[in-house]
Each structure stands twice: as C-alpha cells, then as structure tokens.
Design a protein around this ligand. Structure first.
Ligand code: HEM
Length: 401
C-alpha cells in the first residue's frame, strides 16, 4: 500500500495546491471521510451528493443566519447593513425572497433575451477581430455585470465604472482574510450609487427591476429602500462573479474536451448542454456553509450545535452514485435538474435561470463565430478563493469562420 492511501485525507479550502485540482480530495472525502472535521481551520464538511442535498433542505438544523461562507471576510464591515436574505433563515428570509420574486420574475428574465445577445456581441465582436484575447477581461468579466445593470435600469454610461467597482468588492489579496480598503471603498461607493438610483425611481418610476421592487407588495407589506439595496448588492456579489467564472470554466474545459464540444461548434443551438456540463463538472460556486443549530449525527460521529458545516457542491456533482462516469466531461447527460450547483430548497439560487440563459447565449454566439480555438495554458491565472472557482485570466486564440 502506498503512503497516500494510509495517510488520512486532509482538506483545507485555503490551500492553493487544493485549488489546482480539488476533485481527487473530494473523491477521498466521499469514500473515506463522508463527515470530515478540520479542527485547525474550524469546520466540518459533507461531500456525498445525498448528504449535501439533504443539508440544503434542512434549514432548521443547518442555519444560514451566521453567513454562508467559510471566509469571515465575506461578511465585511457592512454586512449588517446589506440585508442579504442569502444569510437569513425563515421566516425573515421567506418574506424578503417572496417580495423580491414579485419583481425579479422569470418573465422579466426571459424578456432580456435579445438584450443579452446585443451585449454579448458588443464585447465579442471586437475581441474576435483580434484573433487572440483574454476571454475573462474582454467578454466573461463584462457580460454578467452588464446584464445586472440592464435589469436594474443603470444608464449605459455608468456601467463600466460600476463593473470596475463590483470587481473591487469581491477582490481579495492572496491569503489575506481581511477585506482590503479598496473593497470597502468600492462597496460604499456602489451602495451610494444604488441608494441614489432607488430614490430617483421612487420619484419617477420606469419599467425596470428597481421600480418593480419598489412596487412589489404582499398583503400590504412592501420592501424598504434598505432591503432593495440589499438585494441589488446580493445580485452584484452572488450573481456577477459566479457567472463570469462559469463562462471561463466552460471555455477552459471545452478546450480540454474537443470531441465533446465539436458538436456545439457545429451546432451552436446545443450550447445549453455545454453550460450544464460545465456547471456539473467544475462549478463556479464550490462550497457554501451552514451552522448547526442542534447536535447532528453523521456516520456515527456527533457534530455539536454551533459548528460550521461546509456543503461541498463541487464534490456532490462528481458523486458516482448519482452521475455515471462522473469524472468525464460529457455533453448530453440531461442532468440539469440533478445538479447541486445552484443549491436546493428555500435558498435555491434566484438567478439560476438568468445565469443559464446568459451563458447559453454567450457560448452559442462564440460557437457561431469560432471554428476552433485553443487556450494559452501559460497565460492562465486562477482565482484563489474558498468558494468561487475559475479564472482571473484565460487567454484564447481563435480561428473565426
Ligand atoms: C443563491 C450559485 C448566479 C442570485 C445561490 C446559491 C448557490 C448559487 C449555490 C445557494 C446558496 C445557499 O444555499 O447558501 C450560483 C451560481 C451562479 C449564480 C453557480 C452562476 C453560475 C446568480 C445570478 C443571480 C444570483 C446571476 C442574480 C442576478 C442569487 C440569490 C441567491 C442565490 C439572490 C439567494 C437566494 C436565497 O437565499 O433565497 N446561488 N448563483 N445567482 N443566488 Fe446564485
């Protein structure tokens, strides 16, 4: 027996080596330590699909109210001000989610279809003309924030600056848990911008999401300005980077699985399959956290109340008990409704449909114009985070049609 098999599995989400390829560690966790405890960092972890999905649905015993990230910096100095229902339990969470859902409707998202295509083309066309470009800085890093701005009704001239600030909000220094001053400054500045926009829409409503949120009402209950601001901020933080990274991961794994995506490059209408397999194979939101509210028993081990529990989404999506040949990137699995990628239960991602739509349109447009492409492996830069998985830079060389 080799030493690797004798040594107990070690899982540390801050470890850069782990970020390079987390999947062998996930496999060992599922097999050898389905309830894992890291006493040094201070967390427990569930890695099997069935446990992760059950935990998502067990909000009474696994609470979101202490935050859903391992990283304390994620909460920042304004966390109490930004009323994020992502980090609330019911009934508070449900009240806000239902009110927001009155404005953020599937119909409103579906209506964005043609605008998403226009925004994609605006970034993709000049990039393709150069033949070689960074997919993240030129396209994937721009589109999600533009779409969120479009939804909220941010005027076009202001969007580039908001995008720059949104990037600063989520940026962290290597290995530093504190929120950098530039991120704090950017958060304040973004909040002031959105605050002014809310006040403006209160005076003169338009047809945008901001006006719809001001209007949303259930039995006389309405959202306060601070609650609307909280939701806007949540979209910027939860919906922006994750979608950028999804687009990056799709191109990266496409280049490593040419036979699989050849069909999409021939028929761009198949791009939804490329999106769904990327979401399964290497999703951009890998880990969310809960806090145990009571003692819980897993595989003969008691996890005491008040402990941090990580739900390993990336591992659940590779569980061979649920996905055949789980470590293979394969289109056409029809597994969209089984994915753990957007969570499950009452906190199921409110932007899942939007993220899918955006990625489907952007990848279809890429495939429509590109005959073949390769990634410049030497120029790749990976983001190091305890949750978000993807690239900060992904240079590509394209052969256009
Ligand atoms: C919640 C993933 C895009 C808005 C979540 C959760 C996950 C997730 C895993 C559940 C968190 C938990 O249970 O603690 C993703 C991924 C995305 C994406 C992988 C892109 C690929 C978006 C977009 C938006 C969005 C585009 C909005 C514009 C939200 C909101 C919640 C949420 C508001 C909180 C829902 C609640 O607490 O009830 N997302 N998300 N997400 N997401 Fe997304």
């Amino acid at each position: 027996m080799t030493e690797a098999l004798i040594e107990p599995v070690v899982f540390n989400p801050y470890d850069y080596h782990f970020h390079e390829d987390p999947y062998p560690t996930y496999a060992r966790l599922r097999n050898e330590a389905p309830i894992y405890h890291n006493d040094d960092v201070g967390f427990w972890a569930l890695s099997r699909y069935s446990d992760v999905l059950s935990a998502f649905k067990d909000n009474k015993r696994l609470s979101s109210a202490n935050g859903v990230s391992l990283d304390p910096a994620a909460y920042g100095p304004h966390a109490h001000y930004v009323m994020s229902f992502l980090a609330m339990d019911d009934p508070r969470h449900m009240r806000l989610r239902q009110l927001v859902s009155r404005g953020f409707t599937p119909r409103r998202v579906a209506e964005l279809d043609s605008r998403i295509l226009e925004l994609t083309t605006a970034h993709l066309t000049p990039a393709l003309a150069t033949g070689e470009f960074d997919w993240i800085s030129e396209v994937a890093g721009k589109l999600p924030m533009d779409v969120i701005s479009e939804l909220m009704g941010v005027p076009e001239p202001d969007r580039a600056e908001l995008r720059r600030k949104a990037d600063l909000v989520v940026h962290r220094e290597d290995g530093v848990l504190d929120v950098p001053p530039a991120a704090v400054e950017a958060s304040i500045s973004l909040m002031n911008y959105y605050k002014d926009m809310i006040a403006e829409r209160r005076r003169s409503p338009t047809g945008d999401l901001t006006s719809a949120l001001l209007d949303a009402e259930i039995d006389g209950d309405k959202l306060s300005d601070a609650e609307i601001l909280g939701f806007m901020f949540l979209m910027v933080v939860a919906g922006n980077e994750t979608t950028t990274k999804l687009l990056g991961n799709a191109l990266y794994w496409g280049s490593h699985n040419r036979n699989e995506i050849a069909a999409v490059l021939r028929d761009p209408d198949l791009s939804a399959e490329w999106v769904d397999e990327t979401l399964r194979y290497d999703t951009s939101s890998q880990i969310v956290a809960r806090t145990t509210t009571v003692d819980l028993e897993y595989y003969g081990t008691t996890v005491p109340a008040g402990e941090k529990m990580l739900l390993l989404i990336g591992s659940a999506n590779r569980d061979p008990d649920v996905f055949d040949d789980a470590d293979a990137f394969r289109l056409g699995r029809n597994s969209a409704n089984k994915l753990a990628s957007f969570g499950a239960g009452v906190h199921f991602c409110l932007g899942a449909h939007l993220a899918r739509l955006e990625a489907k349109i952007a990848l279809a447009e890429f495939a429509r114009h590109v005959r073949d492409y390769e990634v410049d492996e030497a120029g790749i830069e990976r983001v190091h985070s305890t949750n978000v998985r993807g690239f900060a830079a992904l240079p590509v060389k394209v052969q256009v049609r």
